[in-house]
Design a protein around this ligand. Structure first.
Ligand code: AGP
Length: 607
């Protein structure tokens, strides 16, 4: 959480920083700030305020600031409320910093260094500037080394010293920093998206390494002061994909991109009609020898894992657990060398998932991660990585990352079947043909977006919404429900439809819209009976059903959306698009900030 940017070079830095902060705002939007200095050095000019980056932009315009070296921050508040004083950058003595992460021992440090009444904010971050200032005696590397060794917790820090003009230092533990040389200087950020407009070559700063950015480029040292080698990576997405492309919100754009990104994720991994992970170096043995699978992930990524569980259990016949990464460590996890751990994460930086993965690896589990952001911490912490090719996902609500994660899980299931010799050629080719058909089917649904918009209209004034289904349909709805609540602020619950009558049906009234999903042939009659139970209590039911088959008493449905037909296990793809669009239209029509829902951040790097 929190977005970080730093630039030093020949250009004026203000606009570079503010433009980047706008791109990074999805990481947190409680406050924003920059610090700028010029060639002469000295105390940098600090501009910061609670609110959005656009407010900071106005402040900068009013203040007429300039400088060719600067750092900027957009905050998701953890310690200390949302106010100007708690906004970053923070300054102490001759040191100015921005911080992403949590300094767990900040109270101890305040006491240890007698800083109780000397700090201006309530944050855990300002203390870092104070400790750096205390240790700083002309040698920035020594000050950084000494400070870092005192810190407990996670941090990505960008630092400016008053008497070292034109240079930005950075160091990190867990929280990410990427850096790059530009035509006229150097840049660093928490995200590749912010540096991609400047260069296609970048690197991930390794943990506990210090980088120094100047007009002449970048140097990197380890904590013992030895020069370290930089491993360069190439940005693999088109920068134009980071803009809204004419859509009012990123969420709509990202929903519409799904046919293409599914194709990009799937097609390179099919060779001669068979799923193929040779480019990732994944040996079949890892898929054939495991006795169990444990998926660890959070939020939407965990919902993708639940679909993966249904697929793998049904088609491969091995047990799959899907564990909320934030709970993993607290339930005495039983994972061992026979348990394949699959970590799923769009950002690749979710700390709960990262910590759970590291724990599982210590227990000897083989691991594969499914990650969208190249070089992210989770990708680097796992034995093998499969990148989803969703491109930058900017809206806080995850859409295209989810369906590309599903696409990878479909491929993995098929490869597992091949590795275990479970399917004959006919079964494999029918499955692969269906997978290849997904983008086209998604396009058919997207072409009907006006119809979905009308469905969304019926929910605009709802206070509560229930979503009901069984089996795979229930998994689809868990994600659909998360989407609706996070962007529309309508309370929504996905419920296994057979479980409703064990208590929750008491909440169903005429005022409660119910979305029912019926896509699994073997569950259809039971699901339709469960739907009748809520209709009898007055609920207005919106039905998403596979195919054109006529239903009894069509008039009793509030709305029916007929989903294009795919094999049952693939119906999650068209159904998800409908649920994503419903959430999107409800939010947009309520006039909400669809891409930046309140209280949320795109990348969750605090436990
Ligand atoms: C989904 O719309 C979310 N914003 C959230 O649940 C997200 O999926 C979760 O925080 C996990 O993030 P990750 O995929 O980057 O690990």
């Amino acid at each position: 959480m929190c977005g970080i940017i730093g630039y030093t070079g020949k250009k004026e830095a203000t606009d570079i920083l503010i433009d980047a902060l706008e791109l990074l705002e999805y990481r947190g939007y409680d406050s924003a700030g920059i610090a700028l200095s010029d060639e002469a050095g000295g105390e940098p000019r600090l501009l910061k305020r609670a609110g959005r980056v656009k407010d900071l932009r106005e402040l900068c315009a009013e203040s007429d600031v300039s400088g060719k070296c600067g750092i900027g921050h957009t905050r998701w508040a953890t310690h200390g409320g949302v106010c100007d004083e708690n906004a970053h950058p923070h300054r102490f003595g001759r040191v100015t910093i921005i911080h992403n992460g949590i300094i767990e021992n900040y109270r101890e440090l305040i006491e240890k260094y007698g800083l109780e009444h000397k700090l201006c904010s309530q944050t855990d971050s300002e203390i870092v500037a104070a400790v750096l200032n205390r240790f700083y005696e002309k040698d920035p590397y020594a000050a950084i080394r000494k400070t870092v060794l005192k810190l407990k917790g996670t941090f990505a820090l960008a630092i400016m010293f008053d008497d070292i003009p034109g240079k930005i230092f950075a160091v990190r533990n867990v929280s990410p920093i990427v850096a790059a040389s530009t035509e006229d200087g150097a840049i660093l950020s928490s995200d590749v998206a912010a540096i991609a407009p400047f260069t296609s070559q970048y690197f991930v700063v390794p943990e506990f390494h210090v980088v120094c950015l100047s007009e002449d480029g970048i140097e990197m040292f380890d904590l013992s002061g030895d020069k370290a080698r930089i491993d360069w990576l190439t940005v693999d997405w088109d920068v134009s994909r980071s803009d809204k492309g004419g859509y009012p919100f990123y969420m709509e754009k990202e929903i519409m991109e799904q046919p293409q990104v599914i194709q990009d994720t799937v097609m390179p991994r099919i060779k001669d009609g068979r799923p193929d992970f040779s480019a990732e170096g994944i040996p079949d043995s890892i898929l054939s020898e495991c006795k169990r699978i444990c998926v660890i992930a959070c939020g939407t990524a965990m919902h993708a894992g639940l679909v993966g569980k249904s697929l793998i259990q049904a088609m491969i016949g091995i047990h799959v657990d899907v564990v909320m990464a934030s709970e993993f460590m607290y339930n005495d996890p039983v994972v061992d060398k026979e348990t394949l751990v699959i970590a799923i994460s769009q950002s690749g930086e979710t700390i709960d998932t990262l910590e759970a993965l590291k724990f599982a690896r210590k227990c000897g589990s083989p691991s594969i991660s499914i990650v969208n952001v190249k070089g992210a911490s989770i990708a680097r912490a796992s034995e093998y990585v499969i990148y989803t090719c969703a491109g930058p996902e900017i809206a806080v609500a995850s859409t295209k990352a989810y369906t590309t994660q599903l696409a990878v899980l479909y491929l993995l299931t098929a490869r597992m079947a091949v590795a275990r010799g479970l399917w004959d050629d006919g079964k494999l080719s029918a499955y692969m043909e269906e997978l290849v058909r997904v983008p086209k089917v998604m396009e058919e649904v997207l072409a009907r977006k006006d119809e979905i918009h009308h469905i969304a209209d019926t929910m605009l004034n709802a206070r509560d919404v229930f979503m009901i289904g069984r089996g795979l349909d229930y998994s689809i709805l868990l994600e659909g429900s998360l989407k609706l609540k996070e962007v529309s602020y309508i309370h929504s619950e996905a419920y296994a439809s057979g479980e409703l009558k064990h208590g929750t049906i008491a909440l169903i009234t005429e005022e409660t819209p119910v979305i029912a999903v019926v896509t699994q042939d073997k569950l259809k009659s039971k699901e339709l009976s469960n739907i009748k139970e809520v209709q009898s209590r007055g609920a207005k039911v919106i039905l998403l059903i596979k195919g054109e088959e006529r239903l009894e008493q069509e008039k009793i449905w509030n709305r029916i959306f007929r989903l294009p037909v795919m094999a049952d296990e693939f119906m999650v793809m068209p159904a998800s698009i409908v649920l994503q669009l419903i959430a999107y239209y409800v939010s947009a029509d309520k006039g909400l900030d669809v891409d930046k829902p309140r209280n949320l951040a795109k990348v969750v790097t605090v436990e």
